[in-house]
Ligand binder design. Structure first.
Ligand SMILES: Nc1ncnc2c1ncn2[C@@H]1O[C@H](COP(=O)(O)OP(=O)(O)OP(=O)(O)O)[C@@H](O)[C@H]1O
Ligand SMILES: Nc1ncnc2c1ncn2[C@@H]1O[C@H](COP(=O)(O)OP(=O)(O)OP(=O)(O)O)[C@@H](O)[C@H]1O
Ligand SMILES: [Mg+2]
Ligand SMILES: [Mg+2]
Lengths: 256, 256
């Protein structure tokens, strides 16, 4: 059964893209077949995997709005070790999808349908934009797990409430099999606020909190600048190991 | 003449809210009359100024969608030194405004009209969400300056292109008087990628680049956690001084 993971948080800059592309690349490096889908008009996952879409190439927009099949849009990355990874890229045009899809019957289940139409991959990894709109709704309806990266700082906790409410509505109306994981990211052990917020996450999300914490590691920024996932750029770095532990944890969850 | 500043960037987590609330509080501390408007459904500017809206309080949603006057929604902050600052709060309900306003005639000029209906403030400071939708469009149409905080990392430069295109369309069709400033934020002097991206910003935006760079400073996170702007929480910190220089630079721009 295909495991579909949505990486989502409407707070900006909390390492959604970094987490999505790193998990996707580590699963692929282990030989799993992975379909990564960039659902953010900014196209950071596309850039971070070293893919440069040419004008005229199909993107996830063409799948969602013009009903093109996913296999017409996915591409390989330039990395030999990730030969079992396909990426459906995004570009700025995707910003229009929020408006163009909204209000159509079943607008929140289009991505799910498209994923079910292709030969099953072992994994599908979705990188969501920093908002709770149509693209994120499609991701939550299509997934069996939503992974929420949370930066341990003050604004984070209050922001989680609206995402959790949306997850509940999706579980109730569309997708009862949707599980939730919370992943502390950009963690700075020397910072008292970080430690305090992590403590609060542990008490509020005792069941859903990942056993992994991702520390701040500048190697991740360097890897992104090279268009290479950390698992290829610096496999022995702390960040690569921590994301490796996260990948193992996700694989151990059984279905979803 | 009222100077209206929109703080905008669709990239998440680049210090839009931190910049908007800090500039608004420093102008108010200097005795200027300031109207701060939180345009992000996450309501981080509202939290960061120590305001806790009660259920039933009006927010910017009520102004934009239900045509309520701004003065029915603005509140004071709990900080005595900021007595000349009024804040129009935001809450999750604002997420609906993106959809509810889109497509109405003149949907992008509603905020501008509302600002022109009130007794003029010296300054209006708008904190935009991490997206280029209806709320950001309203901010760009209503402003005479858009201040773009940019974190010096790889994804930033490519993301600026779509914001700059939107600014150009707004300048052409709605608001020829809109000026652009680019502010390097979350700057880490020890990081080679940061230095490289700053160099690129200097060459691409030689005219629009601020003379100020905001360094990473954990005091800003502590201030936010206390619901106090850095200018009150730690006025002698490096971040407070750097934002003070930015505020002086904005005041020196003459009109807008
Ligand atoms: N553990 C980490 N240590 C250091 N830098 C990190 C870490 N995780 C992510 N980053 C960097 O932080 C920035 C934000 O990360 P990223 O773009 O993945 O966040 P995001 O949640 O996808 O942002 P957006 O909301 O804009 O989509 C990037 O420059 C990234 O390289
Ligand atoms: N110069 C700085 N040094 C250290 N931390 C900072 C700095 N500027 C902002 N921060 C912190 O970084 C985080 C992101 O900042 P902020 O929320 O202002 O960004 P944003 O662009 O408004 O995010 P969003 O896209 O979600 O609206 C916050 O925790 C904030 O306290
Ligand atoms: Mg992202
Ligand atoms: Mg913000």
């Amino acid at each position: 059964v295909t495991r579909v993971i949505a990486v989502s948080n409407q707070k900006g800059g909390v390492a959604k893209t970094t987490t999505a592309l790193t998990v996707a690349s580590q699963l692929a490096k282990l030989g799993q077949s992975v379909l990564a889908i960039d659902l953010d008009p900014q196209g950071n996952m596309t850039l971070g995997l070293g893919v440069t879409p040419k004008p005229g190439d199909l993107t996830i927009y063409d799948t969602l709005v013009d009903d093109r099949p996913l296999e017409a849009a996915w591409v390989s990355t330039p990395h030999e070790k990730l030969s079992t990874l396909k990426l459906v890229p995004a570009n700025r045009k995707l910003a229009r999808a929020e408006r163009e899809l909204y209000g159509q019957v079943g607008f929140d289940a289009i991505l799910k349908e498209k994923i079910e139409e292709v030969e099953p991959f072992d994994w599908v990894v979705l990188d969501c934009p920093p908002s709770l709109g149509v693209l994120t709704m499609n991701a939550l309806v299509a997934s069996n797990r939503v992974l929420v990266p949370v930066q341990c700082e003050f604004f984070s906790i209050s922001g989680l409430a609206s995402l959790l409410d949306l997850v509940k509505v999706v579980q109730k109306r569309r997708n009862p099999g949707l599980s939730l994981s919370v992943l502390p990211t950009l963690y700075d052990r020397r910072n008292g606020i970080c430690r305090g917020v992590l403590k609060e996450l542990k008490s509020r999300f005792s069941k859903q909190l990942s056993g992994v914490v991702i520390d701040v590691d500048t190697r991740l920024r360097e890897a992104a600048a090279k268009g290479r996932p950390i698992s290829l750029f610096a496999p022995r770095s702390r960040a690569s190991k921590q994301y490796g532990n996260l990948t193992k944890e996700l694989m151990s969850h059984g279905e979803g």
